[in-house]
Design a protein around this ligand. Sequence first.
Ligand code: DC
Length: 224
Amino acid sequence: MIRIAIDGPGGAGKSTVAKAVAKKLDILYVDTGALYRTVGLYVKSKGVDPKDAEGVGALLPEISIEVKYEGGAQHVYLNGVDHGDAIRTPEMSMYASAVSAIPSVRAFLLETQKDIARKNSVIMDGRDIGTVILPDADLKVFVTASAECRAMRRFKELTERGQSVKYEDVLAEMNQRDGQDSSRAIAPTKAAEDAVYFDNSDLDFDQTVDAIIRMVKEKTGGKL
Ligand code: DC
């Protein structure tokens, strides 16, 4: 079993890179942000303010979240339904960020994440993987890039997905969300003490993937 933790702010390319690394190593890619996005989606469907800790906490007993890996891709089922890309909108990014600052939401999603890592070799991406979810990971990488660079990547990703957004709005939203995620009291976005800090502003996708594969090989030696 091998466990790799990838943390960092939004738009650093964590998910695409982790997905590619998972494929190369033939291990499971776990997108933990999707879980918070799914809780956000439910909260929105109920018309509850995502910053209202009590209101959100009261909804948790109504939520069942199941993660399945089908055809090499992660699917999150909310009360039996896979909502696909509906969790990927900029609005859901903000909902996810807001609900993820609520301790009861983090506690609610903790076991789901730990359970996946207990049963599989994984590369998990999130904000607190190296610090909370996989403190004993074989390798921890904190992936980041300049805010402008991250906003441009996110802008391209959204545009390619057919969403019509402005770069300036993506940048503003990204700064707001990162501020929220890294300043919150519980599990803020933070590099674990034993994480490799990796700024990929000047690297392209393939270079980032290669660098991480090299780190995995160095750290895990004969394990792979
Ligand atoms: O990685 P992402 O952009 O899909 O994450 C959406 C939000 O969920 C992010 O703004 C913060 C929260 N999140 C978190 O608090 N902890 C994680 N492990 C993953 C995501």
